[in-house]
Design a binder for this molecule. Structure first.
Ligand code: AMP
Length: 216
């Protein structure tokens, strides 16, 4: 199994990059945020348990997230390649992921750190529109869909995430700096961290990641 991790603050382009990677390679995109939002939409027991955390822009408890991730990784065949978007977000999650992979003689192959200035992150999130079906990401100002609210790629309706509002965005960025940023050192120590400026074209970011993976 090949596992890549996309790391970076909210708005750094993890989702966009993961969709691009999946479209240009045999990596499968797995976003914990997508799974958690679906549980909320479906009104499952888990959805009800996590909604106070998600609504406030805080992290969902590690145990719940680990259940989702382990379940997904257990479905992977030995040749499957997965790009993790939004996971791990705490050192505890990273350690649990390592333990899970080590049990199968595997490890995280590469961690790509996407970074951008705070004001860029906020502007990107405030205008972000997402396709519920294919998860393509648009922006009201920077990347508008041809037809308002309709995905150019698959024709489904675009929606604005409930947590993409100013106060929750600020909270999510703070949570990232406190809980998730320590993972930069965690993965640097393991020699798998690669910095990718998240200010360029999505295509460039995707190709840089694929070139790094191919030459590793
Ligand atoms: P995302 O779609 O990655 O921006 O995640 C949206 C929200 O889902 C986050 O603000 C958290 O509330 C929750 N979430 C997603 N992934 C994780 C994770 N790995 N650990 C804890 N909470 C998460």
């Amino acid at each position: 199994m090949g596992v890549l991790v996309l790391l970076g603050p909210p708005g750094s382009g993890k989702g966009t990059t993961a969709v691009g990677l999946a479209a240009n390679s045999d990596f499968v995109h797995f976003s914990t945020g997508d799974v958690l939002r679906k549980a909320m939409r479906d009104g499952t027991e888990m959805g009800r348990a996590i909604s106070p955390f998600m609504d406030a822009g805080r992290l969902v408890p590690d145990e719940l997230v680990m259940q989702i991730v382990v379940q997904r990784l257990q479905q992977c065949g030995s040749s499957e390649k997965v790009v993790l978007d939004g996971f791990p977000r705490t050192c505890r999650q990273a350690e649990k992921l390592d333990e899970h992979l080590q049990a199968d003689g595997e490890k995280v192959k590469g961690v790509f750190l996407l970074e951008a200035e705070q004001d860029v992150l906020v502007r990107r999130l405030l205008g972000r529109l997402t396709c519920l079906n294919c998860r393509s990401i648009f922006h009201l100002a920077y990347l508008p869909a041809i037809q308002a609210d309709v995905c150019d790629r698959c024709g489904e309706k675009l929606y604005q995430r409930d947590d993409d509002v100013e106060a929750t965005i600020q909270e999510r960025i703070q949570v990232y700096r406190k809980e998730t940023e320590p993972l930069v050192a965690y993965y640097q120590e393991r020699g798998v961290l690669v910095n990718v400026p998240a200010t360029g074209e999505m295509g460039e970011t995707v190709h840089k990641i694929l070139r790094t993976v191919e030459t590793a």
